[in-house]
Write a protein that binds this ligand. Sequence first.
Ligand SMILES: C[S@@+](CC[C@H](N)C(=O)[O-])C[C@H]1O[C@@H](n2cnc3c(N)ncnc32)[C@H](O)[C@@H]1O
Length: 240
Amino acid sequence: MTEEAFHIPQNQVISVSRRLAQLAAMMPEVAWAADIGTDHAKLLALLIQQNKIQRGLGVEVVEGPWQTALKNVAALGLSDVIEIRKGDGLAPLRPGEVQAVIIAGMGGKTMTGILSRSPEVFQSLQWLLLQPMSQAGDLRIYLQKNGWKIMQEDLIEERDIIYPILLACPGAMPELTQWQADYGPILLMQRPPMLKKLIEKDLKGMQEILKQLAKSDHEDSRLREQQLLIKCQQMEVLMQ
Ligand SMILES: C[S@@+](CC[C@H](N)C(=O)[O-])C[C@H]1O[C@@H](n2cnc3c(N)ncnc32)[C@H](O)[C@@H]1O
């Protein structure tokens, strides 16, 4: 993993992955932002260092990472601007307390669960910065159905896996096709080189499944094969 070093107050240096650096680059400037599942709290420290946020609130549900976050923030001399709370998702936040919420490094379904469990906080937000590890399609559909609009999207590769990053704000977004949900409406419009790489990877995965299906005598396997072949053909067109 490529790491980048950043200087923060009192000449402290922190190293962050390219993924965290890209998240910080896409973060809008707000007074107060919360990072849900903050773990090491490095992202909040970086955002303070870059003057993207004036105050940070880290939320962590697990004891070990919560302790790590507290320790890191204290070691960096940022305890007066970054508060770490223990709890589940948005529950430790009051509605209107922060303008933006970041959720990174979790599955898309975990993220929609976190947002659904605290509707008052969710609806009070101006920005959501999300980096799902999986199920990005479910997450995009959830945003659209709940009156959120994707404003910016990017793809970042870490340890041979390509992850999307989404910046969304309240607003109407047209209903998404399955392709737009899976690969991102903005990414499909902008077509960055990393999108082609992601579709190629998915296509390879599906070709592997097709090889396994070809070995099976099951009647259901023929139907699944037909469906996958059509999807592969459509993905080849999508890549052009
Ligand atoms: C894989 S780590 C990602 C850490 C960091 N956000 C990043 O992107 O580098 C996920 C973190 O989220 C925490 N987490 C998972 N579900 C959570 C929830 N419902 N509320 C708060 N934290 C949660 C986990 O304990 C873990 O520390």
